[in-house]
Ligand binder design. Structure first.
Ligand code: TYM
Length: 332
């Protein structure tokens, strides 16, 4: 039987957080045996905010290194750069013509980003979800592993695909989101009612995958909890502690009941230090591999060139079909 197809990606906007890792990469690694996986660097999506061009190029390579350092095997996965596969933007144009302004206006990420970058509400930011739909649909992806914040983008992808299929006949597979039960939404350490975000102003709110053990211990010590001093899972009333429990649970493969038992009668001081050590243990392995890979740009290039080639071959097939269906002249 043919393997099911997976596609996902991350923007190349600087340092990733523990939220990115637990919400996406950590799940991707688990999927590489069972699925035919396409993992891209979403460099075109990164253009929707202002970047230093040299930094964007560096961040793109760094992200490839990070994918591999987190455990994605380049032999088993197609790791590629979005801008190296022109079929994405070509399909995106077509899909733009089948997406309504009203639908895009409802996207909460657009509203959030427009508020954050009020001086640069460009139309790329507005049509961002259409390019994302093209990324997914062009591979006939069955599953899209993402964090909870991308759910709405998956819904609009499905709507666009269904609309196109109903007009032109079965063309796109309707993809399903894959959102892990825990870790889908890792919250900020200082502000545990909003998600941990790369762009958070307060460095104490986020753990970066490149943080040193000392940084991590400090950040955990300062993490916001509550006055109960009891390790109990209750997202509503104890968002800080529940967030730390989720992080610990994923890293150590423990459920919330087990964690409650482990820390019964023990205070937050001990709990936080155990969580810090679990994070350090995981990140140390990743950082070691990451630093080795960064010293070998030729190897990184070979990885994405191989991925680009395979992605182009696959993506061009469906693009041709779509072009034909909408009435463009396609040379065989
Ligand atoms: P991006 O780069 O913002 O985030 C990458 C992944 O990390 C997840 N994530 C989180 N998960 C849990 N807790 C958090 N605090 C947290 N913060 C971020 C995101 O949900 C995402 O899975 N639009 C996408 C990139 C993209 C894409 C695609 C994804 C472009 N094309 C096609 C899937 C399929 C984005 O901006 O992710």
């Amino acid at each position: 039987m043919e393997k099911k197809i997976i596609l996902s990606g991350i923007q190349a906007t600087g340092e990733l957080t523990l939220g990115n890792y637990l919400g996406s990469l950590n799940n991707w690694v688990k999927m590489q045996e069972e699925y035919d996986c396409y993992y891209m660097i979403a460099d075109l999506h990164t253009l929707t905010i202002r970047n230093n061009p040299e930094d964007l190029r560096k961040n793109t390579l760094k992200l490839i290194a990070l994918y591999v350092a987190c455990g994605l095997d380049p032999e088993k996965n197609t790791i590629f750069i979005q801008s190296h596969v022109p079929a994405h933007t070509r399909l995106s144009w077509v899909l733009n013509c089948y997406t309504y302004m009203g639908e895009l206006n409802r996207m909460t990420q657009f509203k959030d980003k427009a508020a954050k970058h009020a001086d640069n509400i460009n139309s790329g930011l507005f049509t961002y979800p259409v390019l994302m739909a093209a990324d997914i649909l062009i591979y006939n992806a069955d599953l899209v592993p993402v964090g909870d914040d991308q759910k709405q983008h998956l819904e609009i992808t499905r709507d666009i695909a269904e609309r196109f299929n109903s007009l032109y006949g079965e063309t796109f597979k309707i993809p399903e989101p894959y959102i892990g039960k825990v870790g889908a939404r890792i919250m900020g350490l200082q502000n545990p009612t909003s998600k941990m975000s790369k762009s958070a102003q307060d460095p104490m709110d986020k753990i970066l995958l490149t943080d040193t053990p000392d940084d991590i211990r400090k950040k955990l010590k300062k993490a916001v909890t509550d006055s109960e001093n009891s390790v109990r899972f209750d997202r509503e009333n104890k968002p800080g502690v529940s967030n730390l429990m989720s992080i610990y649970g994923i890293l150590k493969n423990k459920d919330m009941k087990e964690i409650e038992k482990e820390f019964e009668g023990k205070g937050y001081g001990l709990f936080k230090s155990v969580v810090a050590e679990a994070i350090i243990e995981r990140l140390e392995v990743i950082q070691k591999k990451y630093n080795e890979l960064l010293e070998n740009p030729e190897k990184l290039k070979a990885i994405y060139e191989k991925g680009d080639k395979k992605a182009n071959e696959k993506a061009n097939q469906l693009l041709k079909e779509v072009y034909k269906k909408v009435g463009l002249i396609v040379e065989e």
